[in-house]
Structure formats: C-alpha cells, structure tokens
Design a binder for this molecule. Sequence first.
Ligand SMILES: NC(=O)c1ccc[n+]([C@@H]2O[C@H](COP(=O)([O-])OP(=O)(O)OC[C@H]3O[C@@H](n4cnc5c(N)ncnc54)[C@H](OP(=O)(O)O)[C@@H]3O)[C@@H](O)[C@H]2O)c1
Length: 276
Amino acid sequence: MSIIERILFPSVKINKTLLTQKLQNKTILITGGSFGIGEQLCHQLSEIDCHLILVARTTEKLQQIQQELLNKPATIYIFSANLSDEFQLDQLIIYLQNYSIDIVINNAGKSICRPIMKSLDRYHDFQRTMQLNYFAPVKLCLALIPQLQKNKGHFINIAAVNVLLAPTAYWAAYQASKAAFDQWLRCAQAELLINDIKVSTAYLPLVKTRMIEPTAVYRHAPTMSRQQAADHICQLMIDQKEYYKLWWALLGQLSSVLFATPWLKLMQLYLKKKKS
Ligand SMILES: NC(=O)c1ccc[n+]([C@@H]2O[C@H](COP(=O)([O-])OP(=O)(O)OC[C@H]3O[C@@H](n4cnc5c(N)ncnc54)[C@H](OP(=O)(O)O)[C@@H]3O)[C@@H](O)[C@H]2O)c1
C-alpha cells in the first residue's frame, strides 16, 4: 500500500469481539457475494457463528466459496440469481421468506464507463445499470422490510463516493443509477428508522476489484483494498452509523458545489484535448 493510499484511505481496526457479539446467530444477506468486496466480506464474516446468504449470478463461484468455508463457524447459503431479471429477483424474494433476515448488505452492482457519443445505440446500458443498481435493491428492500422490522434489523447500502461529488464525464449510466438508490434510501431512511430498521451507507472510493479492471485510467490510480472496504462495512455493522465516508469526502462535496462551473469547463477542456 503506497503512502498516498494510506493517507487517502485510512484503515479501520475492527474489534472482533464486538463484531462477534453483534453478529452471533444473525442472518445476513449479501448481494454480490461471489466476487470483490462481497466475497471478501463473506470470508471475514465466516469467522463468526452466523448465517450468510450469498446471492450472485455465478453459481460455480458461489459453490466454491461455500466449499472453501465449510469448516468455518458461519453457515453459508447460496442462491444464484441475476438480480436484473425481474423473474429471478422474485424467485429470490420467495426464497428469502424461508429466513428471518437481520442484516441486508446491498452490494451487487454493475459499472459502465462509456462516452455518451458511443452510447447512441446503447440505451440498454442505462436500463441495465438502473435495473441492478436501483430497481433491484428497491424491490428487495420493500420485500424485506417486514423481516427487518420484526428483527430490528439493519440495511447497509454499498454506494460510491462519486454520488456525493461533481458528476464525471463517461460515467452517466453508473453514477445516475448509484445516485438514484442513494437518494431513494435517504428518502426512506426516516420512515425505516421509526419502524426499527437501521440504515447505513458506505460511500466507497475506488476499490481494487475486477469492477475497475476495464477502466485504463484506474490501473495506476490509488485504490482502497477489498479488505479495507470489507472492514469499513464491518465497522458499520458494529456502530450502525448513518454512513461511512472518507475524511476528504466533505471537502469534495463542498468543492463540487463551489466549483461546479470551473469543473465543467475543465472537463470540456480535457474532452476536447482527448478528441483532437
Ligand atoms: N470497485 C470499486 O471501485 C467500487 C467503488 C465504489 C463502490 N463500489 C460498489 O461496490 C459494490 C461491489 O462492487 P465490487 O467492486 O466488489 O465489484 P465486483 O468485484 O464486480 O463484484 C460485483 C458483485 O455483484 C455481482 N453482480 C453483478 N451483476 C449482478 C447481477 N446482475 N445479479 C446478481 N449479482 C450481480 C457479481 O457477481 P456475479 O458476476 O457472479 O453475478 C459480484 O459478486 C458495487 O455495488 C459497486 O458499485 C465499488
């Protein structure tokens, strides 16, 4: 880990005793549990005597994780589903009625980085990101509210820090869909809280997972590790704070309001230079 990464992305030290106390015998749903942050989180939580339900499309990967963690204290259940597919999402919701869920980690996500001028015949990009990053968690949350209410449960959303910052060219599909669910959850938050459901959001920066691999400019950019990201999510499970944000996110938020116009001009200069 470089010095810049240490400064930009400070780690959190998890109190394992507290985490165990919080999660013992709890049932935790992790969407997107097959790779990246979700997979890492599953490995970390497998040390605790709890029930983990992992959902993702890649059945073999889910089975592999279940097999690897067979001798760990946690019990792992897997359910393969494409959450962008309304029928499969409904099947998952039916399956989840067999459980009594305490914590939902809304982590499954899809990112797309593509210029608008290369998206003219790609309306489906916008539909797909909205389907997975917005409509699926809305439907899942609505379906699980009764269980979470009964258990005084916790809904944790894995958002991106970008939704708090100035919009960026090429990221319209991803950022709009992540911002949509963030806004939905913030609107619902007060209602969920008075119904005994805690809500937390992890505004993560760039995390070293396969999600960022296709984006060339990110190859040498500072990133948070998967373990750090999973630790911050664990910390949210312990303290149940409203959100996890990096120390510089507030500066970014302020700048994105104060310097919105210069930022837009800067992006145009960059795009023109790239085009010429
Ligand atoms: N990496 C970053 O820089 C970064 C930064 C901020 C926020 N985030 C957020 O963190 C979350 C996890 O991302 P990651 O970086 O861990 O990415 P990842 O390694 O690509 O993992 C994404 C997970 O979502 C699952 N998934 C994708 N499409 C799905 C679908 N249609 N139905 C069901 N599951 C699906 C994937 O499993 P299958 O492919 O097996 O379905 C995988 O388990 C996302 O919500 C992302 O927006 C990531």
